[in-house]
Design a protein around this ligand. Structure first.
Ligand SMILES: [Zn+2]
Length: 279
């Protein structure tokens, strides 16, 4: 009976493969996740890989319409998403080892504190659904030289992308303004539309359901592990490339096949105003 009460962290230390990861100092790394919709699933993957130090930031409330693709169940409805995910992660980790901090913030309203959290992070995961927040997070990460993973799902859940910023290499702005990408993504207006989504709209206009989102969250978490393990000896083969396009059921003019990916190394764009200003 006692065994069933063990936390994911404790059972992880008994699993030879995860044990390798944990012993490579992942438990000392800190991740900041912004946007605790899909970001909650990424945070959970990272925790179960041994990352018990996390900052979770979201000022949104969990509504019933979110449950189709959120790790937290109905008992968390009405709670702030960051605090709901923290409570769940603490259950997985066991309170004695986890150091999960939740923040009910709009990052634009807490800039100084936000800078402090990014400064103490080893990698930042951006799972927000507005371009304004992505650009802001991109700039802060460049300024503070912190790696960042940007994850997003395309319209109607056809696919998505995971972009990784590493200091001195292409940034999110390089990607967002990239000519080829512009051809197949209608970006700004659609993402800003989602800003005020209500529960009903969230259900009817959601870009994808939980199973669609899970593929992207898994890849994003895997990419975050790559970044965290870059400077240590480990047993996880790196994914490589900074831009991963993921097709769930075909992205028009990009990937015809279902459940397939395209791995691209995006170069820093010469005309990127952010890179030109900061790096
Ligand atoms: Zn750039």
């Amino acid at each position: 009976m006692e065994a069933s009460k063990k936390s994911a962290y404790e059972t992880g230390t008994e699993n030879p493969r995860i044990n390798t990861l944990i012993k490579t100092s992942l438990s000392e790394k800190k991740v900041t996740v912004i946007g605790l919709g899909g970001g909650g699933e990424i945070a959970l993957h990272l925790l179960r890989s041994g990352i018990v130090k996390q900052n979770l930031i979201d000022n949104d409330i969990l509504e019933s319409g979110n449950l189709v693709r959120h790790i937290c169940g109905s008992r968390f409805i009405g709670n702030n998403k960051a605090f709901a995910v923290k409570e769940l992660l603490d259950e997985y980790a066991g309170n004695q080892v986890s150091s999960i901090n939740a923040y009910d913030w709009n990052i634009f309203d807490n800039r100084t504190l936000f800078y402090n959290l990014i400064h103490e992070s080893d990698v930042v995961v951006c799972a927000t659904d507005t371009d304004s927040s992505r650009y802001f997070i991109n700039e802060v990460c460049i300024e503070l030289r912190k790696p960042a993973i940007f994850v997003s799902m395309f319209e109607k859940g056809a696919g998505g992308e995971i972009f990784t910023y590493i200091p001195d290499f292409a940034c999110y702005c390089c990607l967002a303004d990239h000519g080829e990408r512009k051809d197949f993504l209608k970006k700004y207006s659609e993402t800003t539309d989602k800003k005020d989504c209500s529960s009903a709209r969230d259900v009817s206009a959601a870009p994808g359901i939980g199973i669609d989102q899970s593929f992207l969250c898994s890849i994003a978490a895997r990419k975050a592990l790559d970044v965290l393990l870059a400077d240590v000896e480990h047993s996880l083969p790196p994914v490589g490339t900074n831009w991963i396009l993921w097709s769930l059921f075909g992205i028009a003019n990009v990937i015809d096949k279902h459940l397939s990916s395209m791995l691209i190394m995006l170069e820093k764009q010469k005309d990127c105003i952010i890179c030109n200003q900061w790096q």
